[in-house]
Design a protein around this ligand. Structure first.
Ligand SMILES: [Zn+2]
Length: 157
């Protein structure tokens, strides 16, 4: 995929992606549970502001967008791993049932929550994240590498 096509596709895609994230965030905020004391400490360690507002929602499978354009883009731009274990949507975090309360996974997702806060919310986070995945791939995206590093540091603190 050439870079120009990717950027144009990304700009078309962003409002749809942001809408989906907003809907899913609302669901997790309504149905989810607050962080435990130790998770609150990890959240502060990775830089989350107001960690008491974070909610964790346990799900059998991490939700994926139903919209065909978003699905196609997720595949072609590789911004969703094949079988995600967790998903941070601002301060709402989906956790797959077999990783429920898994410290390192939750610390990683909390590091993404801190990134949403730092970058200024859903739209700027998605713009940065998706363009990184489209250019260097999910596993080399700087926001992923940073989340891994911050989670590791928090868990060894
Ligand atoms: Zn991640």
């Amino acid at each position: 995929m050439d870079a120009q096509a990717t950027i144009e596709e990304l700009e078309e895609l962003l409002p749809l992606a942001a809408q989906w994230v907003t809907e899913q965030r609302q669901r997790a905020l309504c149905e989810g549970v607050p962080l435990s004391e130790s998770e609150l400490a990890d959240a502060r360690e990775v830089g989350v502001k107001n960690p008491e507002r974070v909610r964790l929602l346990r799900v059998e499978t991490i939700p994926v967008p139903a919209h065909p354009m978003l699905r196609a883009a997720a595949v072609s731009m590789k911004f969703l791993p094949a079988a995600p274990r967790g998903l941070a949507l601002d301060h709402a975090i989906f956790v797959r049932a077999d990783f429920w309360r898994d410290r390192s996974l939750i610390a990683h997702e909390l590091a993404h929550t801190a990134q949403y806060q730092r970058l200024g919310g859903i739209l700027p986070f998605l713009r940065t994240y998706i363009s990184q995945c489209a250019t260097v791939g999910y596993s080399n995206a700087p926001l992923e590498l940073e989340a891994d590093a911050n989670a590791k540091r928090a868990c060894s603190a």
